[in-house]
Design a protein around this ligand. Structure first.
Ligand SMILES: [Zn+2]
Length: 163
């Protein structure tokens, strides 16, 4: 029994496993560590018959910071803006800087056999009011069964792939 099997043996009831990434620039191969580990956990849970949902989020409302691999003038111009609101620096058809980097990253998942049940984009959840504490939406992060849902609306859809 390896570590993931031991982890899976300790839980009770349906489980949600979740990982996320801030698309702050060109994604290093080491960023696959999270999705791979969470995929292993999801597989171990399912192997034990545990109802499991694997969610993967894109934290595209995080602000641009100096670590992003933009030109110095672009960093200065876009500093502090949400990544989802910054134009794609390569003008190759993505809706934003965040979409450019995130879509390229998550496109690698399929080739590794990593298939989250749902991708969610924080820019979409913010726009829907799903993270607004006064909205009365499922932002409490708890369903009636007590399973953590991270306040995700059921309308979120996968948006993988490059264009
Ligand atoms: Zn692009």
């Amino acid at each position: 029994m390896d570590w993931a099997d031991e982890l899976a043996a300790r839980v009770h009831g349906p489980q949600v496993v979740n990982d996320s990434k801030t698309p702050s620039g060109t994604v290093h191969v080491g960023s696959l560590r999270g999705p791979v580990l969470v995929d292993v956990i999801a597989r171990a849970l399912r192997a034990r018959g545990v109802e499991t949902r694997y969610l993967y989020g894109i934290d595209d409302m995080d602000p641009m910071d100096a670590q992003a691999l933009l030109t110095p003038d672009a960093v200065e111009r876009e500093m502090g803006r949400p990544l989802a609101h910054i134009p794609d620096q390569e003008a190759d058809g993505h809706a934003s800087y965040a979409r450019h980097h995130a879509e390229r990253f998550v496109a690698t998942f399929e080739r590794l056999g990593i298939r989250p049940d749902r991708y969610y984009w924080m820019s979409e959840l913010y726009a829907e009011g799903a993270v607004d504490p006064t909205s009365g939406s499922p932002s409490t992060g708890r369903s009636s069964s007590g399973t953590s849902t991270a306040g995700l609306p059921t309308s979120a859809t996968p948006t993988t792939g490059t264009r």
